[in-house]
Design a protein around this ligand. Structure first.
Ligand SMILES: [Zn+2]
Ligand SMILES: [Zn+2]
Length: 291
């Protein structure tokens, strides 16, 4: 156990100035929309319909995030600190807000149809789906509903994390899952403000937590972690692969480009996933835009 001092969010007795937890502060969908628009410029024409839909949905999420009226969360006494039961009550209204924004846009017939079906769900059903998305239940969710529900759930959790006070507790460092919400990381990052330290980014609430570079995000391996890329060693996007558990995670060095988004870059480097899948490497978490 390491002593966590809430005043400065610094772990005592480890590397100086390590913030173990960094909560999200901004609306993450703002830069995500811009990065999707950038992606569209160089994408094959066959992908334009899909990317246009991602842009519409992310822009709707940006507005719904701004409007989301979520109370400052009262944290659990142990990790995960966010209270699922409380947060899921916000899911129906947040989903409706996303759908409302989407329906103002020129949607394809297919998307239009799904948004209408989703609009008719009762609050109880939406909350049930939320429990299933969080992994608590086996309730089956129609494939075409998943992305919309995942985006609404993300809005609720990221917004709550932005409003949260850093947990005033002793915490263990070296979390494999998000200390705030318990979800798996979507990527590891090095950000310009973080003194070259590697952080894992939560796939749900986008909290970052510190994890020493030579440790696996998934298993106790503290030995060799391989860095792989398709574009050569200078690429800002690589995959960290663990030879012990055969699991990998995308890694973004944002000191090379602070604008890079974990979800958009992940989608832009799917060839890396195909190469690693051929090598029997697995991922722990999945990009919601592919659901
Ligand atoms: Zn989280
Ligand atoms: Zn491992």
């Amino acid at each position: 156990m390491s002593q966590f001092t809430p005043e400065n969010n610094v772990l005592v007795g480890t590397i100086p100035d390590v913030k173990p937890i960094i909560l999200p502060t901004d609306n993450p969908f703002t830069s995500r929309v811009m990065q999707f628009e950038k992606m569209r410029i160089t994408a094959l024409e066959a992908l334009h319909i899909t990317i246009d839909f991602w842009i519409q949905l992310t822009e709707s999420a940006r507005l719904a995030f701004k409007e989301a009226d979520i109370a400052k969360p009262k944290l659990n006494t142990v990790s995960p600190f966010l209270n699922d039961d409380v947060l899921l009550q916000y899911l129906p209204i947040t989903l409706k807000s996303v759908l409302g924004e989407l329906q103002k846009k020129a949607l394809t017939d297919e998307v239009q149809k799904v948004t209408q079906e989703l609009s008719q769900l009762t609050d109880d059903v939406i909350i049930d789906y939320g429990w299933a998305l969080l992994g608590y239940t086996e309730t089956e969710i129609a494939k075409e509903f998943q992305l919309f529900l995942s985006i609404a759930l993300k809005i609720v959790y990221v917004k709550s994390a932005t409003l949260a006070e850093l947990p005033k507790l002793e915490v263990e460092q070296g979390f494999h899952h998000c200390p705030m919400c318990g979800d798996a990381p979507i990527a590891s990052v090095i950000d310009p403000m973080d003194n070259g330290l590697r952080y894992l980014v939560c796939n749900l609430c986008e909290t970052k937590w510190h994890k020493v570079r030579s440790t696996c995000h998934n298993c106790p391996n503290t030995g060799r972690i391989e860095l792989l890329s398709v574009e050569g060693q200078e690429s800002a996007m690589k995959a960290e692969s663990c030879p012990e558990c055969n699991t990998y995670i995308k890694h973004i060095d944002r000191t090379k480009n602070p604008m890079l988004d974990v979800y958009v870059e992940d989608l832009a480097t799917l060839s890396l996933d195909f190469t690693l899948a051929e090598d029997n490497q697995q991922r722990q978490s999945f990009n919601l835009y592919l659901s």
